[in-house]
Design a protein around this ligand. Structure first.
Ligand SMILES: Cc1cc2nc3c(=O)[nH]c(=O)nc-3n(C[C@H](O)[C@H](O)[C@H](O)COP(=O)(O)OP(=O)(O)OC[C@H]3O[C@@H](n4cnc5c(N)ncnc54)[C@H](O)[C@@H]3O)c2cc1C
Ligand code: SF4
Ligand code: SF4
Length: 527
């Protein structure tokens, strides 16, 4: 064959072979075989439980979340590094993370009836944030609903007064916690002339709100729910809200026991025995309104109850020119040390941590602490432990075993808290699982189911004592309490408790409340 023809033929054949080979190879590349699909964690947010506290937004290292209309929202999911810190800090489990294509994990909620009374322990009510119904306005409405419901389901004012003794004080109602739920319930007790006491573990009322950052807005959410409790709620700053509430409390001389921790509550026949770190009480009904911050952990060393030792830091600006000990190794301890050591406050701050390094602390806090250390505003003592507090300050056991007395003006033990679920279970609250989207109904409707339409209480500045007839006007309800002096009422109530047949109190109830379940609970309680 003519070589001029053979040449192109060979070249063409070789090219065809190369192309066929490449096609084969590329075909192989196109089939990567079975691959493991990476499943992302996504966020689910239950708006009923989101308080807009900002914790998830602040903790996120890559700025994925933001507050929109006071609810947490995922604004830049592409930047999410899947660290789950946002879900871990959420105090109300409003925000959870779960794999895409799967259901969010269920909520663990207290098993309560329509009026927030424990199904497992009738007579014990769980209110506000602890009940899984956060927000200030909801808490206030629930405080009132609980008292009104108790009065309609067997509470007999003064029934325990004959059991009073020097060792045991008896009340109609004991309220645990002086947040908006507890304060509102207490005002309802004042209105209904019930004997009651509010036991608060902190040194001031509404301590969760009092400890919001300075100037923080208290949004009167949810805006489609009316405030119908006796404590006003309106869009304000935390300072305005606390100021107004304190004014009302001092006008009605609320019966408060401050710096007293409720440690145990036990049902005992038809009433409850309540043990605190200072004494024992008995009450017909217990309202537990303790929020979700739980019990601050203690060091369990001598002198920890001295006044200058505190489990929380409210306003760092209150402390100037002092020597202050902060104990702890997490973000709250480090943030407290940084805030207290601001140059303008002129404090000397010792930060004592039993560990060897701050492993759990945010990078930004670590940087700020390093700077404060370099400028000698903070002295960090790793490997140290508090051996005791005393009137002069504290004795620290240093890493090398030496005991070192330190004169102090203030000490803050910020070593975290135990969530209240376990404690609530121990006092008779049962927990059940619900889908993460679970919501309870509107709280204003709960009050109005018991009392009929109520005026909205969203105006601060009402003169409580002079306007008792309007602000504290008790709507008509079946009760043995009239306008007679309290002691006389008590005597009459006592007689009445002997005279009145068991189910008499139910006879006065509106028809819709005479439910079998209610009657059963009442007779259970009286047994
Ligand atoms: C930073 C932040 C911002 C928020 N912003 C808003 C907002 O803008 N609007 C809004 O409506 N809500 C907001 N919330 C939520 C709101 O503060 C809570 O939902 C509300 O305070 C719940 O009220 P409460 O009465 O149930 O409990 P809390 O207010 O938490 O009060 C509980 C009280 O019980 C006391 N206590 C606890 N345990 C014991 C015990 N064993 N013995 C005695 N006393 C005890 C505590 O010291 C505390 O004073 C915010 C929350 C946070 C953390
Ligand atoms: S998982 Fe981590 S990165 Fe993602 S939103 Fe939550 S905190 Fe931010
Ligand atoms: S931490 Fe929870 S309650 Fe607070 S803003 Fe975020 S989702 Fe809402």
């Amino acid at each position: 064959m003519d070589p001029v023809i053979i040449g192109p033929l060979i070249a063409g054949g070789a090219l065809a072979l190369i192309i066929a080979f490449k096609v084969l190879l590329s075909g192989r590349k196109k089939d990567p075989g079975p691959q493991k699909k990476v499943r992302l964690l996504i966020h689910s947010i239950n708006d009923d439980r989101c308080t807009g506290c900002d914790a998830c937004v602040t903790v996120c290292p890559t700025d994925v979340l933001e507050l929109q209309k006071n609810k947490s929202r995922v604004a830049r999911f592409g930047d999410c590094i899947q660290c789950e810190q946002c879900a871990n800090v959420c105090p109300t489990t409003a925000l959870v993370m779960h794999h895409e294509g799967t259901e969010p994990p269920p909520l663990l909620v207290p098993d309560l009836d329509d009026y927030y009374q424990s199904n497992a322990t009738p007579g014990l009510y769980l209110l506000g944030e602890a009940a899984g119904k956060p927000l200030v306005k909801n808490a206030v409405n629930l405080g009132r609903a609980a008292i009104e419901h108790a009065l309609r389901s067997g509470l007999r004012p003064g029934a325990l007064s004959g059991m009073n003794s020097p060792q045991l004080t008896c009340y109609d109602v004991i309220i645990v916690g002086s947040g908006p739920a507890g304060l509102s319930a207490a005002l309802s007790c004042v209105q209904r002339k019930l004997s009651y006491v509010v036991v608060e573990k902190d040194a001031f009322v509404a301590s969760t709100i009092a400890r919001y950052p300075k100037g923080k807005k208290v949004m009167a959410e949810p805006y489609d729910v009316r405030c119908v409790g006796l404590l006003p709620v309106w869009d304000s700053t935390k300072e305005q809200a606390i100021g107004e509430w304190n004014r009302i409390l001092s006008e009605v001389e609320l019966n408060l026991k401050m710096k007293e921790v409720v440690e145990d509550i036990k049902r005992d026949q038809a009433s409850f025995v309540i043990k605190t770190d200072k004494g024992t009480y008995r009450a017909q009904r217990v309202l537990v309104a303790i929020g979700t911050r739980g019990k601050p952990r203690r060091l369990n060393v001598p002198g920890e109850d001295l006044d200058f030792v505190q489990p929380l830091l409210d306003d760092p600006d209150k402390y100037t020119g002092r020597t202050i000990l902060v104990v702890g190794g997490g973000d709250s301890a480090v943030e407290a040390a940084i805030a207290l050591s601001a140059p303008e406050l002129r404090n000397k701050v010792l930060l004592s941590y039993r560990g060897k390094a701050f492993n759990r602390v945010k990078a930004k806090n670590r940087q700020d602490l390093d700077l404060a250390e370099q400028q000698k505003r903070v002295l960090v003592l790793f490997g140290s432990n508090v051996a005791e507090f005393n009137r002069q300050g504290a004795t620290l056991k240093l890493a090398d075993g030496r005991m070192r007395p330190v004169p102090l003006q203030n000490a803050f033990v910020l070593i975290g808290g135990d969530p209240p679920v376990k404690w609530l279970e121990s006092i008779g609250v049962r927990y059940v699982q619900k889908p993460h989207s679970y919501q309870r109904g509107a709280t204003d409707q709960l009050v109005e189911r018991l009392l009929g339409r109520q005026p909205e209480n969203n105006r601060p500045g009402q003169a409580v004592s002079t306007e008792l007839s309007s602000f504290f006007q008790a709507p008509a309800m079946p009760s043995l309490v009239g306008d007679r002096p309290v002691m006389a009422q008590r005597r009459e109530r006592k007689e009445a408790t002997i005279m009145v047949p068991k189910e008499a109190f139910l006879l006065h109830l509106p028809e819709k409340l005479k439910l079998d379940a209610e009657a059963q609970k009442v007779s259970d309680l009286r047994r």
